[in-house]
Design a protein around this ligand. Structure first.
Ligand code: FAD
Length: 398
């Protein structure tokens, strides 16, 4: 087929999936002068409960790619975090974080795509990969020829299956992520944001975090439970009652935890990929590996993939003819990528074990950590009391 034929586009890189990985990679490659096609079944990313908070480290990753000016207007800055452990105020941190709605973030990134990288709305009906040239046939008959295909379809399986790549369930139903809005407004909430760690291992709660997104207070809760168990059903039915029981110390400051809107519950599976070292195609972000949101490293992992592909691998691959599996393997063998993926898996497993582990090792670690925290809180109270006494004495003397 020649380029003169109707519906044929030729590009350097065809990216399937315009989520976080796909849209950011398309933007930076497009800005670097690459010819890119970006394909997604939906023009507008629908509202979806996914990552809703970024830290400074992740913002710096966007900054490195020149995307911070696009991202910053789409997020709400969080300047102060009250951290509760063992039911008591443990720390007041002023580390900057950013709250956002995932759909709004992705749509904002899509709106900022360079004009030479349009979003093609369509479904991939056929995909042919090889050591030199790749071909995508869309459901409407349009054909895209590319030197490289990037699969960035997140949890979705259709394109992965069409290529013949398997997802390995490392741990099915590993945890639950629960998201909901609170009725209280950020102005009326006593805290700018709160992170409240589970008190008892038996509660199977890693933590609950409450933070502003625009004019709403949003909550994300990470628990090691199953969708069908009675606790989860009870939480869906009576979130306010259960939140007041879990965090009575801060209930009044958070509008008695009145919940506005639906309670969204997502099951999290830890997965890896098998059979991905193939000619002409590379898997990125959640299309390659999924970790648990509890340690908050998903975005970091996705943005590491994007950065390494954009700044190291794709320029090298396009420099020379061919796109065979041995070339592509350099990405999967990249120590920076491997470290980010391993950190994601390791921190997912650690967070669960330190919260719920019943073996002697984990009980000792929890005891050690909690004793150190108790001592810090007692020490702080003594210092505070001593300071007040000193001030009172100074007041009497003057
Ligand atoms: C409930 C939840 C909470 C999370 N919380 C956090 C957190 O607090 N911190 C953190 O760092 N990470 C968190 N994560 C992880 C983070 O959200 C993901 O790692 C990240 O969004 C993955 O981005 P991605 O680009 O790989 O996939 P996505 O953003 O999901 O993009 C996939 C894209 O592919 C498209 N697509 C699907 N099928 C096809 C197809 N057949 N053809 C073409 N396109 C297709 C979709 O429409 C979508 O646009 C959370 C995840 C979940 C599920």
């Amino acid at each position: 087929m020649s380029t003169a034929e109707a519906g044929l586009t030729e590009v350097d890189v065809a990216i399937v999936g315009a989520g976080l990985a796909g849209t950011t990679l398309a933007t930076v490659l497009g800005k670097a002068g690459r010819k890119v096609a970006l394909i997604d079944p939906h023009r507008v990313h629908h509202p979806e409960f996914r990552a809703e908070k970024l830290g400074m480290k992740q913002l710096q990753q966007f900054e490195k790619l020149g995307l911070d000016a696009t991202v910053l207007p789409l997020v709400t800055t969080i300047d102060e975090m009250h951290i509760f452990r063992l039911g008591q105020l443990f720390a007041r941190e002023s580390n900057r974080e950013f709250g956002f709605s995932y759909g709004a973030l992705i749509n904002g990134l899509r709106d900022a795509l360079p004009p030479q990288v349009p979003l093609t709305v369509g479904k991939v009906a056929e995909i042919i990969t090889g050591p030199d040239k790749q071909r995508l046939v869309l459901a409407d008959g349009a054909v895209i020829d590319a030197r490289l295909v990037v699969v960035a379809t997140g949890y979705s399986e259709a394109v992965r299956r069409a290529i013949g790549v398997d997802r390995i369930e490392e741990s099915k139903a590993f945890s639950l992520s629960i998201g909901f809005d609170l009725a209280i407004s950020p102005r009326d909430c006593a805290y700018h944001s709160v992170t409240y760690y589970g008190k008892r291992p038996g509660d199977r709660i890693a933590y609950i975090t409450i933070f502003p997104i625009g004019n709403k207070m949003r909550s994300n809760m990470f628990v090691y439970r199953q969708v069908a168990e009675p606790w989860t059903r009870a939480f869906r039915e009576e979130p306010q009652k259960m939140l007041c029981e879990l965090m009575p110390e801060i209930s009044a400051q958070c509008g008695s935890f009145e919940v506005a809107g639906p309670v969204e519950v997502r099951q999290i599976n830890l997965t890896t990929t098998q059979g991905h070292r193939r000619d002409g195609v590379v898997f990125v972000g959640d299309a390659f590996l999924t970790t648990c949101p509890t340690p908050g490293v998903g975005i970091e992992r996705v943005m590491t993939d994007v950065d390494r592909l954009h700044s190291v691998h794709i320029p090298r691959w396009l420099e020379t003819p061919g796109m065979a599996a041995d070339k592509i393997s350099a990405f999967y063998d990249d120590p920076v990528k491997i470290a980010a993926d391993e950190n994601g898996m390791r921190s997912s497993l650690y967070s669960k074990a330190i919260t719920t582990g019943t073996g002697l090792e984990w009980r000792i670690r929890r005891l050690r950590n909690n004793t150190a925290r108790q001592l810090m809180m007692v020490g702080r109270k003594i210092r505070h009391f001593g300071q007040r006494r000193a001030n009172a004495v100074a007041g009497e003397a003057s």
